[in-house]
Design a protein around this ligand. Structure first.
Ligand SMILES: *Cc1c(COP(=O)(O)O)cnc(C)c1O
Length: 373
């Protein structure tokens, strides 16, 4: 089915940058530079400088970025990590991957970690807090960092959805000891496949992540390769880095466009009964939101989704089962009624910079039409 307003349009972004991307790919392949070469290093420097962080280390996904950051912070069996249920599963499964125990808490109305709940969840076993900057909005990092300091906890930020988002003028990802980004195609900065990165100001952590992503190989004093720990094959591919280098230049303008689209949705939908909108851009001076997603809480959500589909507007219902109720995770002892309600209510409208105003207006109009029925 072809949609008048598709939920993503990767080929259009490629078409807009075709010459630059083609030439970057050709350049890398002609040089034969495939693994950990200058394109990766250039991307790491570019990303760190974009975010105002000291180091960036490219890895093969946001999920590995999270797993490696927890490992680098010394999180392991017997430790508890506080995070939210209302997130992409990777924010929770990464905790299992290092053998630790996730402790899940509620989000606020803006879909980000509720600091009041963090304080209540701290125990003698808590080792880290993993705030998720969800849908393009940061958590309240002032309150969360205060709690972390008070209890001497590591903070690993999941910034996979919030490249360029700011709290008090500081970038998502520059508060904690390490922060994780994803360059999955649908993210604000998307690779042509999977890619991720860890951001940190701590040289020691950066060093550890560089080891983990490459089987912990290092040359010893005699020039012989030593394996310092059990590592993985999780490098950011040079070819992906070359594509990301082309796209990184456009991220700021793409964010502006996303905010522009959010303003149109806000203007068109503010008075519609039956839906709750995300916070409007600039509605709170502490937050600079980048609208990775535009997520409504909608009455009759599934009917709305079908109606929009019939009318050529593709939507996404993310996480229709709350993570703490996912059978495989064994976390149903957490009672999180708001997160459960959100699983039944959230729906994402199309949101990416290549949408034209006519498409956005059309999608908004169809939402209005549905609730007028
Ligand atoms: C996308 C995403 C991840 C995982 O990133 P991948 O690159 O897909 O592994 C983690 N957390 C959140 C909140 C995400 O949206």
């Amino acid at each position: 089915m072809t949609f008048k307003v598709p939920f993503v349009n990767y080929s259009l972004q490629y078409k807009n940058l075709e010459k630059e991307i083609d030439s970057a790919i050709k350049d890398v392949l002609s040089r034969g530079d495939l693994i950990l070469r200058e394109d990766v290093e250039r991307f790491e420097k570019g990303l760190a400088s974009f975010l105002g962080a000291k180091y960036a280390v490219g890895v093969n996904s946001g999920t590995d970025a999270l797993i490696f950051s927890l490992k680098a912070a010394g999180v392991g069996p017997g430790d508890e990590v506080i995070t939210v249920s209302h997130t992409f599963a990777a924010s929770i499964t990464c905790v299992f991957h290092v053998g630790a125990t996730p402790v899940l808490i509620e989000v606020k109305e803006d879909f980000t970690m509720d600091p009041k709940e963090v304080e209540k969840a701290v125990t003698s076993k808590t080792k880290a807090i993993l705030p998720v900057h969800y849908n393009g909005r940061t958590c309240d990092m002032e309150k969360i960092m205060d709690i972390a300091k008070k209890h001497n906890l590591a903070v690993i930020e999941d910034s996979a959805q919030s490249l360029g988002a700011k709290f008090n003028n500081k970038n998502a990802g520059t508060f904690g000891s390490a922060s994780c980004y994803s360059f999955y195609p649908a993210k604000i900065l998307g690779s042509a496949g999977d890619a991720g990165a860890v951001i940190t100001d701590d040289e020691n952590i950066a060093q550890k992540i560089r080891l983990y992503r490459n089987h912990c190989q290092r040359k010893n004093a005699e020039g012989k390769v030593e394996f310092l720990c059990f590592g993985e094959t999780s490098r950011l591919h040079n070819l992906q880095a070359a594509i990301l280098n082309v796209k990184l230049k456009y991220v700021s303008s793409w964010i502006e466009r996303r905010r522009g689209i959010a303003k149109i949705y806000q203007n068109r939908l503010a008075s519609v009964k039956g839906i709750k909108l995300p916070p409007a851009p600039d509605s709170d001076s502490k937050y600079f939101d980048v609208f990775q997603n535009y997520v409504l809480q909608a009455e009759k959500r599934d009917e709305l989704s079908s109606f929009l589909k019939e009318n050529g507007v593709e939507t996404l219902i993310k996480d229709p089962i709350a993570n703490h109720l996912q059978p495989a995770f064994n976390l149903s002892h957490f009672k999180l009624s708001f997160s459960e309600k959100l699983a039944d209510k959230v729906i994402s409208l199309p949101m990416y910079p290549e949408l034209n105003n006519e498409q956005v207006e059309y999608a908004a109009q169809k939402v209005c039409d549905f609730y007028k029925q």
